[in-house]
Design a protein around this ligand. Structure first.
Ligand code: DQQ
Length: 652
């Protein structure tokens, strides 16, 4: 057992509102303890009132935030098609204080007779997955002594959420992974009901501290400290939980199940460390701020970093600087006039990740959105498909900020259990500010994924007439492709005002025809087009001649199976003067990740075809516009598989 003593000097801690009951403790306690406690509870209640009133004051100040201007930004079409057949499973996660997979139960949905060959095809070739069972949020990603470390929420016992511990894997390049033993299991009263999400901070001396949420034996959400048992071990195999855990309990006024997912810490101008933790008060989502010098004792800041009414519980908050000028990533503590700060929240209520760009006031411990109309949780999303509980880290080896996101399943839980696994991680993405628009981020698959490229096929200036489908002759379905599209300029000029009210999810998908769209690619299609997933653009024209471009994915015909979700989603994508329409797509069996205009708008889908699989999966260009022809050039690569397997000593 490694040294469980504090990492850093100890000071007096603040009195919590929650008196933890370690397992085996008789809650009646001795009279002396009770007396001492009741005094402290009074103090806690008083300071609780203070904290709550400060928080409410901040919330009132923020309450002017409204939904975004439909015409002004990426947020223009916040779209979440909610198929009527979706009913929440409502059992394990909800009672523990987190949501879980929406499941296709009820409403007469019958299980499709999936066979082994179909289910085996769904497993991916170059996306990170554990060997089996359930995975959810990315946790504590970091780069240390030549290895990328990836921890993740993992159920070692089943392909559904529950019994959550920390899985662990390492990689030299973020693509090929070696599975290591579990990093942390639920073996203490303060994480008995789950070792939940957390983040890593690398201290100036190179040491690592990990803060994570524990769901206690009483399902109270507390924050715990852990650190590597041996900092000389590049694989960071053994983790020690601090003997004084928990280091934080829900403060007064905050629900016992509304206090989770600590961020990576950053330095304040006073030289302290600062973290934020997601929570809510009534329906207002908030990020609580704590300062610490030693990761053991914390001061709750006088208020909150930020709050947005009607957004509900904020899970997995993230906070980081982006450069206003360069394309490099920034370490979390960087501040100054050359940076903007991003706040991201994962909204428990709709299970999507929203971000906003704004200004951070270090002294006041506050953050203000550049545009309150597209504040966090009511504006722009990282991804308009399936993408949740994401987390960034600063990769000091390449000077970039890398984003990990959990990609859940959209099939039935019955099918997940049958195939023995559920969930993927998206290909890690670099994130930078889009300095051309200044109002959105650019997300792009890390360059290392390009090392998997095999044979490429080029198609130049393909004419795709209005109302046509053009097959692309390729072999092998696991692909990555770049495609650019140019609409016929004369047709654009000719077209009358069209589809000004367009939104991806409310316009009938790729089969709905407008003057200037939809056009794009049919991915994972079979020869007879009985199954296909369109990834496409749609251009709407205003009466003043202005064009507005949308980027969408339509899963309504992705599978003949009935027990999978078949949503149509997407959003507005900014297209600047002189830019062609560009899309990059990564197809890896049951996942399609699409990036429009260099990563301004991204969509990740999970699809479960029954026919368009293995050698039968094909790719088509399509143009379903009524007026405009399209010219398209494409570069398509077959992709190799990544090595993702258990670590063995020979690899050392
Ligand atoms: N998943 C974790 C929580 C987090 C949620 C539990 C988000 O810490 O809030 O598995 O998916």
């Amino acid at each position: 057992m490694a040294d469980p003593s504090p990492l850093l000097p100890v000071s007096n801690s603040l009195e919590p509102s929650y008196n933890p009951v370690p397992e085996g403790t008789v809650s009646a306690g001795c009279p002396a303890t009770r007396l001492r406690r009741s005094k402290k509870v009074l103090i806690a209640v008083f300071s609780g009132l203070l904290v709550v009133s400060l928080i409410l004051a901040t919330i009132n100040n923020n309450s002017g935030a409204q939904h975004g201007d439909e015409n002004a930004s990426l947020a223009a079409s916040r779209e979440t098609a909610k198929p009527e057949t979706l009913l929440p499973a409502g059992s394990r996660g909800v009672s523990a204080g987190v949501s879980e997979k929406a499941n296709l139960k009820g409403a007469g949905v019958k299980d499709y007779p999936w066979n082994n060959s179909m289910l085996s095809w769904q497993r991916t070739a170059f996306h990170f997955q554990p060997e089996d069972n359930w995975m959810n949020d990315p946790n504590g990603p970091l780069y240390y002594k030549g290895w990328y470390h990836f921890f993740y929420q993992y159920n070692p016992n089943a392909a559904v959420w529950g019994d959550i511990v920390w899985g662990h894997a390492v990689s030299k390049d973020l693509i090929h992974w070696l599975h290591l033993p579990l990093a942390m299991v639920a073996d203490e009263w303060y994480d008995k009901n789950g070792v939940w999400t957390g983040s890593a901070t690398i201290l100036p001396d190179g040491k690592i501290v990990m803060l994570y949420t524990g769901s206690t034996n009483e399902s109270v959400q507390v924050q715990n400290l852990a650190y590597p048992a041996d900092h000389n071990d590049p694989l960071l195999l053994r983790w020690v939980k601090y003997s004084g855990n928990p280091v934080l309990v829900p403060p007064p006024g905050i629900g016992a199940k509304d206090f989770r997912d600590p961020t990576t810490a950053w330095k304040t101008s006073e030289g302290k460390w600062r973290i934020i933790i997601g929570s809510k008060i009534n329906k207002t989502g908030i990020a609580l701020v704590y300062d610490t010098e030693d990761f053991i004792n914390y001061t709750l800041s006088s208020g909150i970093l930020h709050a947005v009414p009607k957004t509900g519980m904020w899970e997995c908050v993230d906070f980081y600087p982006v450069s206003k000028t360069g394309q490099n990533g920034l370490d979390t503590s960087v501040n100054g006039p050359q940076v903007k700060h991003v706040v991201k929240t994962s909204l428990d209520d709709d299970r999507h990740d929203y971000y906003a760009i704004g200004t951070y006031d270090d002294k006041a411990a506050k953050w203000y959105p550049d545009n309150p109309e597209i504040d966090v949780g009511i504006g722009i999303r990282y991804d308009y498909g399936i993408f949740y509980a994401s987390k960034t880290f600063y990769d000091q080896s390449k000077g970039r900020r890398v984003l990990w996101g959990w990609i859940g399943e959209s099939d039935s839980e019955v099918a997940d259990v049958k195939k023995g696994w559920a969930s993927l991680q998206g290909i890690p993405r670099t994130v930078v500010l889009d300095t051309k628009t200044g109002s959105n981020l650019l997300q792009w698959p890390v360059e290392e994924v390009e090392s998997l490229r095999l044979k490429s096929n080029d198609f130049n200036n393909m004419e795709v007439k209005a109302g046509s489908v053009v097959p692309l002759e390729l072999d092998g379905a696991t692909q990555t492709s770049f495609a650019e599209f140019e609409l016929d300029k004369k047709a654009i000029e000719r077209a009358a005002e069209s589809n000004v009210e367009f939104s991806c999810s409310n316009n009938g998908g790729a089969s709905h025809r407008g003057a200037l769209g939809p056009f794009g690619l049919l991915v994972l299609a079979d020869d007879n087009l009985s199954e296909y997933t369109p990834v496409y653009f749609f251009v709407a024209k205003g009466n003043n001649g202005s064009l507005k471009t949308f980027f969408c994915t339509d899963q309504s015909r992705s599978s003949v199976a009935n027990d999978v979700r078949k949503e149509i989603y997407g959003s507005y994508v900014p297209v600047l003067k002189g830019e062609k329409l560009l899309v990059r797509i990564l197809v890896d069996h049951s996942i399609i990740e699409s990036f429009a205009q260099g990563g301004r708008t991204c969509i990740t889908s999970r699809v479960y075809p029954t026919r368009a699989i293995y050698g039968a999966a094909r790719l088509f260009l399509f143009n379903n516009a009524t007026e405009a022809g399209v010219t398209s050039s494409l570069k398509i690569w077959n992709m190799n598989s990544a090595f993702i397997r258990p670590y063995s000593n020979e690899q050392q």
